[in-house]
Design a protein around this ligand. Structure first.
Ligand SMILES: Cc1cc2nc3c(=O)[nH]c(=O)nc-3n(C[C@H](O)[C@H](O)[C@H](O)COP(=O)(O)O)c2cc1C
Length: 126
C-alpha cells in the first residue's frame, strides 16, 4: 500500500540557499533510508511537495514537516492511496522556480494527475 500526500506552505522569510540545501540533504538522507520519494518545488516564497511512501511513514514524516519552523501555513492539497509511485527514482527531486523558467515538464511524469500538474505549474509560475 502506497500513499501520496501533497501540501503547499510558505517559506520562512529568512530562508536562503544554504537552508534549502540543508533541507534537501536531510530529506534525501531520510527518504532514501525509508523508501520515501517525491518532488519539492520552491518558488522563492512557497513550497509545494509531493511525498510518496508507506502510509505510516508518510504520516510520521508529514507531522515532522508540519512542525518545521523553516516554513509555515502548511495546507494539505491532496492525500490519497496510489497504485504506483510517480517519482520512483527520486528520494526527493528538487526544482527551484525562476522567472521565465516555466517548463517543469521534464520533472512531472505523465502519470501525475492533471490537477497536480496544474498546481505544480501554478507555483512554478508564481
Ligand atoms: C519544505 C520542507 C520539506 C521537507 N521535506 C522533507 C522530506 O522529504 N524528508 C525528510 O526527512 N525531511 C524533510 N524536511 C525536514 C523535516 O521537516 C524535519 O526537519 C526532519 O524530518 C527532521 O525532523 P526532526 O528535526 O524532528 O528530527 C522538510 C522540511 C521542509 C521545511
Amino acid at each position: 500500500m502506497l500513499r501520496r500526500l501533497v501540501y503547499v506552505s510558505t517559506a520562512a522569510l529568512s530562508l536562503d540557499q544554504p537552508d534549502i540545501d540543508a533541507i534537501l540533504a536531510q530529506a534525501r538522507r531520510f527518504n532514501a533510508a525509508n523508501a520515501v520519494t517525491g518532488l519539492l518545488l520552491y518558488n522563492g516564497r512557497n513550497f509545494i511537495q509531493a511525498l510518496e511512501g508507506a502510509p505510516e511513514t508518510v504520516a510520521t514524516l508529514y507531522a515532522r514537516i508540519c512542525a518545521d519552523a523553516r516554513h509555515s501555513g502548511v495546507v494539505t492539497v491532496r492525500d490519497e492511496p496510489i497504485a504506483d509511485r510517480d517519482f520512483p527514482d527520486w528520494a526527493m527531486a528538487y526544482a527551484a522556480a525562476r522567472p521565465g523558467a516555466g517548463d517543469l515538464s521534464s520533472l512531472l511524469p505523465a502519470s501525475l494527475p492533471h490537477e497536480l500538474k496544474k498546481m505544480f505549474g501554478a507555483l512554478n509560475a508564481a
